[in-house]
Design a binder for this molecule. Structure first.
Ligand code: AQP
Length: 341
């Protein structure tokens, strides 16, 4: 069996489960935009509404949040002429391939998924079956496009490993070299942006405390206030990254600065080493506002015309289905499903 050569193709997605945060922006959206202009055949960015309903979503809120995430994609710099932007439920290949993968993935693999444990919490018996099967749907999202590169934050690393395991097992079980072994793209200083209130937790749109995160819709005053109140320690900043060991909150703020300014944590400490948190937080708030204010402004412009967003999502779904459907049909042939029409 020879190794198939796969077209270089990017796929990623975000859930419409609330306001996107600075974590989603630095860990995902900013990198979606960078990859849009690199050497890839297609860049495909999805609003994963089917993942969202693994936890309860009010239907009207879900509809609005789906358009909001699409507006954030556009405002961050995704161009619907260069990238395919759509919502997952409009392309049925995702759900269809997910069923095949539910039959490939092993219960033992799923039982190791830490995100299920975190999200289901102590009441796992009452969690939806969808929340448990989430990683198999995510594998289908990626592999129904034969995507080779997937930009995500660090929290998705385990799910991407599972995607590789599913692809490998499918190829092995059916004696084919059909699904690519996807490369996770988890790089840069901000692959895990931390909560402003607890340096051991990632910044998350579903954290009960709004002060723990910066939302893409926050205005300049709110951003400055949240950074000013961010948890820190009493020591000044060190001059080298090594000095941040055991200081998770300080590390978190330095990484946010680096991610926003497009520099390394070392660069930040070279400029701010020895500084107290008061002036550093002020400098960080300025960098954050100047990076986010144009995005927030463009986002509200896009949201002024929700019908246009729906049109972009529909057009994207047509283009996505053109790639996904033949891959699904070929999968059905490999599995042995009769196709007589
Ligand atoms: N704190 C973070 N730092 C870096 N990247 C992050 N991502 C999420 N949080 C951070 C990345 O953003 C992309 C979209 O995430 P998602 O919407 O699929 O959901 P998630 O990973 O579960 O993120 P949230 O914000 O914590 O959402 P909820 O609260 O709904 O669970 C992914 O690439 C993710 O890695």
């Amino acid at each position: 069996m020879t190794d198939a050569v796969h077209t270089r193709r990017v796929f990623s997605g975000s859930q419409p489960t609330g306001n996107l945060t600075l974590g989603n922006y630095l860990g995902a959206l900013k990198r979606y935009v960078e990859m849009q202009d690199q050497d890839f055949e297609d860049t495909i960015y999805c609003v994963v509404d089917m993942h969202a309903i693994t936890l309860w979503q009010d239907p009207a809120d879900l509809r609005r949040a789906t358009q909001d995430v699409a507006a954030a994609y556009l405002a961050a710099g995704l161009d619907p002429k260069k990238s395919i932007i759509f919502n997952q439920s409009q392309v049925s290949a995702h759900a269809n391939l997910a069923w095949v993968f539910n039959c490939v993935a092993r219960l033992g693999w799923m039982n190791r998924m830490t995100q299920f444990k975190d999200k289901a919490g102590k009441n796992a018996e009452n969690a939806s079956l969808g929340l448990y099967a989430y990683p198999a749907l995510m594998a289908a999202d990626i592999l129904t496009y034969h995507a080779t590169h997937v930009p995500v934050g660090d929290d998705q690393k385990q799910h991407l490993e599972l995607t590789r395991d599913i692809a490998q097992k499918f190829n092995h079980d059916f004696g084919v070299d059909f699904f690519p072994i996807t490369e996770p793209v988890i790089d840069g200083p901000a692959t895990r942006v931390m909560s402003l209130r607890d340096g051991s937790k990632k910044m998350s749109k579903s954290d009960p405390s709004d002060m723990s995160r910066i939302n893409l819709t926050d205005d300049a005053d709110t951003i400055a206030k949240k950074i000013k109140k961010a948890k820190t320690d009493p020591e000044p900043l060190p001059s080298e990254v090594k000095g941040l060991e055991g200081r998770p909150e300080a590390r978190g703020l330095v990484d946010i600065y680096a991610g926003l300014a497009g520099i390394t944590a070392d660069d930040v400490l070279q400029a701010h080493g020895g500084s107290q948190f008061g002036p550093f937080k002020q400098a960080l708030a300025e960098v954050a506002v100047s990076a986010l204010a144009p995005i927030t402004a463009r986002m509200s412009e896009y949201l002024g015309d929700r019908a246009e967003i729906d049109r972009i999502l529909g057009d994207g779904a047509d283009r996505a289905a053109e790639i996904a459907e033949p891959i699904l049909q070929k999968t059905y042939d490999i599995v042995g499903f009769v196709r007589s029409r």
